[in-house]
Design a protein around this ligand. Structure first.
Ligand code: GBH
Length: 442
């Protein structure tokens, strides 16, 4: 990979928000101390998780959060993005845990930035049912009433696109449904839940609300019309379906007609103004016309019925996960959004960016992050209003259907002993934060 690793990273605005991210189900463990979620059920089904593992213990963060807060303080981040588990809030002592976590973060000088839903749905809920959106908003009110005096920045949902696609269309994630295009109501109900949550948070006095959506540039496999058409369709699903209802107040390209309920009136709720737009970026996608047979891709088996096929991006390095490393894709993505939506695009925060590599001396992760931070600066220089950057992830953790084989952390976790060991990338990020702060002052 071509990097400027020797040169200092250009200066970001003094109030730029630097952070790291995690999610509840991937780190907390203590599964027996809360209500079950759809992930607990999914993990118990044979063959669902690659290494046969479960998240019952994970990083045992529920019992070790003080140690993890100390790692955050040592890293020197401004903010920590974690998620609140709805099934844990439903359980005795659940809110007390988040209450302590928030207090400990603030005492350590780290701003808490909770995500209210990161895929761990209570087993009593179902996104195919509209009612789940209303239940979500009630849960959000309970959390906001308890934490809103100290939590100032909120995220409603994490990647409703992945939760719809992987969880309900392809069945690779919980709840394991394989509905293909019949999963569209799951998208609509999550968007509705987002809008209702924004209203609930406003009612509790919140003034700084965003969402974390997964996006990436989509490149056609060739300039043949059928490849371009397939790539546009993929772009519609990944980059427009979950963005345009929020940003423009409408579904793209007639998709609204496929959604359940009174879509026009729901769109008024969905388009409730937000304060910033979170983007999770990992890699671009190369997409072409369907090839008529199932394809294995990025750990997934994509069915033949899809109107597109995902191809390999050649001649770039790949992570241990096999994902292509394309930092310029981040600049391209953000400038495309800026061009598409102009003034209607809220300020952007990168809510996740990271990679899976093994090893403590993770120079490959440093190269990945270094390249992406520079690419982000490129987007700023091109006029995109970017306000923050969060690395995925603080810790190695339970990587969903991949189990524990994929390691995304700046900190290594030994799952036998629960020992935390900062990797080389932890030191690199610490240095970046220090340098940005010194230059902001000097
Ligand atoms: C996020 O999902 C999740 O929010 C987080 O919980 C998770 O741990 C993290 O990322 C790492 O997976 O076309 O081969 O390049 C992001 C999921 C990332 C899945 C990009 C598809 C493209 C694979 N997506 N990825 S490839």
């Amino acid at each position: 990979m071509a990097t400027d690793a020797g040169n200092p990273i250009p200066r970001f605005p003094a109030d730029f928000l630097w952070g790291v991210s995690t999610s509840a189900h991937q780190i907390e463990g203590a599964a027996g101390e809360r209500e079950p979620s759809v992930w607990d059920v999914f993990e118990a089904e044979p063959g669902r998780i690659k290494d046969g593992s479960t998240a019952a213990v994970a990083c045992d963060h529920f019992h070790r959060h003080r140690e993890d807060v100390a790692l955050l303080a040592g890293l020197g981040v401004d903010a920590y993005r974690f998620s609140i588990s709805w099934p844990r809030v439903n359980s005795p002592g659940g809110l007390d845990f988040y209450d302590r976590l928030v207090d400990d973060l603030i005492a350590a000088g780290v701003r808490p930035v909770p995500t209210l839903f990161h895929w761990d749905l209570p087993v009593t809920q179902d996104w195919l049912q509209r009612d789940t959106a209303s239940r979500f908003a009630e849960y959000v009110s309970v959390v906001a009433d308890r934490l809103g005096d100290r939590v100032k920045k909120w995220i409603t949902l994490n990647e409703p696109a992945e939760h719809t696609l992987l969880g309900h269309a392809l069945g690779a994630h919980a709840p394991g449904k394989e509905l293909l295009f019949d999963a569209l109501p799951v998208a609509h109900h999550q968007l509705l839940a987002h809008g209702l949550a924004v209203r609930a948070l406003r009612a509790a006095g919140a003034t700084d609300i965003g969402i974390a959506n997964s996006h990436g540039p989509t490149w056609p496999a060739s300039q043949e019309p059928e490849d371009i058409e397939a790539a546009n369709f993929y772009d519609l699903l990944l980059n427009r379906l979950f963005a345009e209802p929020l940003i423009l107040g409408e579904y793209p390209s007639g998709l609204g007609e496929l959604m359940p309920g009174d879509v026009e009136s729901d769109l008024k709720v969905i388009a409730e103004p937000i304060d910033w737009y979170g983007v999770n970026y990992y890699a671009p996608s190369r997409v072409g016309a369907p090839q008529g047979a199932e394809i294995e891709f990025g750990g997934l088996t994509l069915p033949a019925e899809l109107p597109f096929s995902v191809r390999e991006i050649e001649d770039v390095p790949v992570t241990d996960f096999g994902w292509p490393v394309v930092p310029e894709g981040l600049t391209e993505l953000l400038t495309t959004f800026h061009d598409r939506y102009g003034d209607r695009l809220p300020p952007v925060v990168i809510t996740e960016n990271g990679c899976s590599y093994d090893g403590l001396d993770d120079q490959d992760r440093i190269a990945y992050l270094d390249g992406h931070v520079r690419a982000l600066h490129g987007a700023l220089a091109a006029g995109v209003d970017v306000r923050g950057y969060f690395v995925w992830s603080l810790l190695d953790n339970f990587e969903w259907a991949e189990g524990y084989e994929r390691r995304f952390g700046l900190v290594h976790v030994d799952y036998e002993t629960q020992a935390r060991t900062p990797k080389a990338s932890y030191g690199w990020f610490q240095g970046l934060l220090r340098a940005q702060r010194e230059r902001a002052q000097g």
